[in-house]
Structure formats: C-alpha cells, structure tokens
Design a binder for this molecule. Structure first.
Ligand code: PEP
Ligand code: MN
Length: 346
C-alpha cells in the first residue's frame, strides 16, 4: 500500500487483539481506499490512517473487534484553523473594520424596544466613535414569560438607525424562518450563546454573504466553538467573528465567568477575529469597564457592549446596561487602552 505523509488517525489494537482482527480492520480500510500503515509493537499494534476527514469518519472503527481506541491526530476543524489562512481575517463593513489591529467597538441596547430608545442610543454610540451598532429585535430569553423582543418592527427601527447614523447593524437571528427579514436589516448576523450549537442555523448563515458574529455558548468549550464556526465556514461563509461572553461556573459574584484564557487560546488557534462581550458576564454595569479593559489587554479584537438611554426602563438586561450619556466616557477609556496595545478602533 503506497503511503505518503504522516497519519491523520491512529487505530490502536488492544494487547489481546488477534492478527485476524487486525487483518479485518486492514481489509475494511482497503475496501474504502484508505491508506494504512501498520506498526506492530510488543504491547499493541497501531495502524496509522491517511485520508480526508469525511472519508475517515465513514468507518466506525472504534466498534471493530480488537480495536482498543481511535486517536485523532488532526484537529477537528480546518477552515477556521490559523494554518488555513496566511493572515488574520479582517471583517469590514462599509469601511468599518474588526480584526488584525482594528479593534471593534460594538455597542447598543440589549433589545430594540422603541424607535426613540434605539435612535437615542444609536446617536450616543455614533458620537462615541463606535464601529458598529448592536441591538436585538428577536431576543433569546431564558424565561418564556420575559420580554421576547419586538421582532420585525425592531428590524425597521434598526434600518432607520443605520440610515441616520451610518453605523452598520449587528442583530441576532434565532430562527431560520427569519433569515430573509434579518438579512434585510443586518450587516452582521449575531448568533447568540443559546444557538451556538444550533447546527442547522449555523449552516443557514453559512449560506449567506453576511458576516456572522458567533457567540460562545455558556457551556461550550473552545474546541466546540471552533467546530461551530467550522459549520458556518464549511457552507462557504468564512466571514466569522467569535465572541467570548462568559461561561457557567460555580462562581456567583458575576453573572457568568468571563473566560479570558479562552480568548488568548482562540487567538492562537484561529485566524478569525475574537471579541469579548463584557456586559453579560458582568451582569452589573460597574463591572463592565474593568472587564472591557481586561479584554483589550488579553488581545481581543473588539468588544460588544450594552448601553441604554435609561437602563432603569430597559426591558432586558437592565442591571448591566451602561447609561448612554456615559457611553462617550466609556469609549474614551477603551480607546486609550486600545492605543496602548498598538491598535485603533475600526
Ligand atoms: C445579547 O447579546 O443580548 C445576548 C442575548 O447575548 P448572549 O447570546 O451572549 O446571551
Ligand atoms: Mn443582553
């Protein structure tokens, strides 16, 4: 069997495996046209396989008699892996950039509630020199009794906010049935933490031509987040921004535990921009600025922050939203930290 290159998958035959069992595995691999290299040791026999991911996934090798374990050598993602792109990815909308030295300052209300509330916030965010405007028209709420967003009416308001301020719009898509409506208003499609592993939705946005802001699920590992991004990229859309927004731990001092280590690790693993949402892990507004500063320091490519003209009236996430009147000062503070890192707001 002609084998070139190094193996992508190792099949370990147990110490008690018979040579017939090894031959059976080799015969099935040959039938599938998979190259194999056998190494017979004193304790175990190891078969190294070479083939593409999809081909190797077709054989349930771990179920074969005599097989002790199957050890993947390849990472489970390739399109989003650092090695697959020569340079870091920059996501540009209307000349406003995120990634590779361009720090994205993305801000806006948690939810689009009313026209006045959204336009007032958008003006404050634009005046502060932000990159993009965020705001949810469709809201993924833990309780079915909580405010669910105003839906398509909110999308009209976001369009108006963009027309007035020129700020590109980031808004969440929850349901594949809303793709067309959301695409009509969104410059960047947000996939929320709760849909981080909704693979059909990920594939759906992978077939669009809009950038995707993919949030990490509260119980999703770094590797799972990268595989979720791979679902989008596999469909042809590689304009993806990853977002760390806090994970569930035993800690109750903050709403979620902001996993800054994940940001550093992601930056090493992928060419995609990685941003931080300091608002949801903080859960209270006085923690947002310190977490945002930490995000800049760890090397994040941006932050997405919630701000509301009158947080005490907010229909969602009231405790963590920064009053819009204070957002300019917040942005100035962040801008100084961004400059220290040798970057600029995109
Ligand atoms: C949000 O951005 O308002 C939101 C719902 O975030 P997450 O999906 O991270 O909870
Ligand atoms: Mn929110």
């Amino acid at each position: 069997m002609a084998v070139t290159g190094s193996p992508e998958l190792l099949v370990v035959m147990g110490a008690s495996a018979t040579s017939d069992q090894t031959e059976h595995v080799l015969a099935r691999l040959a039938e599938q046209g998979i190259d194999a290299r056998v190494q017979r040791g004193r304790e175990a026999t190891v078969i190294g396989l070479i083939g593409d991911r999809e081909q190797l996934a077709l054989l349930p090798l771990e179920g074969f008699p005599g097989v002790e374990s199957v050890v993947p050598i390849l990472k489970p993602y390739k399109l989003v892996a650092r090695e697959s792109a020569p340079d870091p990815t920059v996501i540009e909308v209307d000349g406003r950039r995120v990634g590779d030295g361009w720090f994205g300052l993305i801000a806006g209300p948690c939810s689009v509630e009313t026209r006045a509330q959204t336009l007032e916030t958008a003006r404050a965010v634009a005046a502060a020199g932000a990159t993009w405007l965020r705001g949810g028209a469709f809201k993924p709420r833990t309780s079915p009794y909580a405010f669910q967003g105003i839906g398509v009416e909110g999308l009209d308001i976001l369009r108006e906010a963009k027309a007035e301020t020129g700020l590109p719009i980031v808004t969440e898509l929850m349901d594949p049935r809303h793709v067309e409506a959301v695409l009509d208003a969104a410059d960047v499609i947000q996939i929320g933490a709760r849909n981080s592993q909704n693979f059909l939705l990920l594939a759906e946005v992978g077939r669009t031509d809009k950038p995707v802001l993919l949030k990490r699920g509260a119980s999703t590992s770094v590797e799972e987040l990268l595989m979720a991004a791979e679902y989008v990229a596999k469909e042809g859309n590689d304009r993806i921004i990853l977002c760390e927004r806090g994970i569930k731990t035993f800690e109750t001092a903050t709403r979620y535990t902001l996993d800054l280590g994940a940001v550093a690790a992601l930056k090493m693993e992928t060419h995609l921009p990685v941003i931080v949402d300091p608002s949801h892990p903080a859960g209270r507004r006085d923690l947002v600025l310190p977490l945002a500063r930490a995000a800049v320091a760890v090397g994040a490519d941006g932050i997405i922050v919630e701000t509301h003209p009158r947080p005490e009236e907010a229909l969602s996430d009231a405790a963590q939203q920064i009053p819009s009147a204070e957002f300019g000062a917040f942005a100035d503070e962040i801008r100084a930290f961004v400059a220290l890192m040798g970057k600029q707001i995109g």
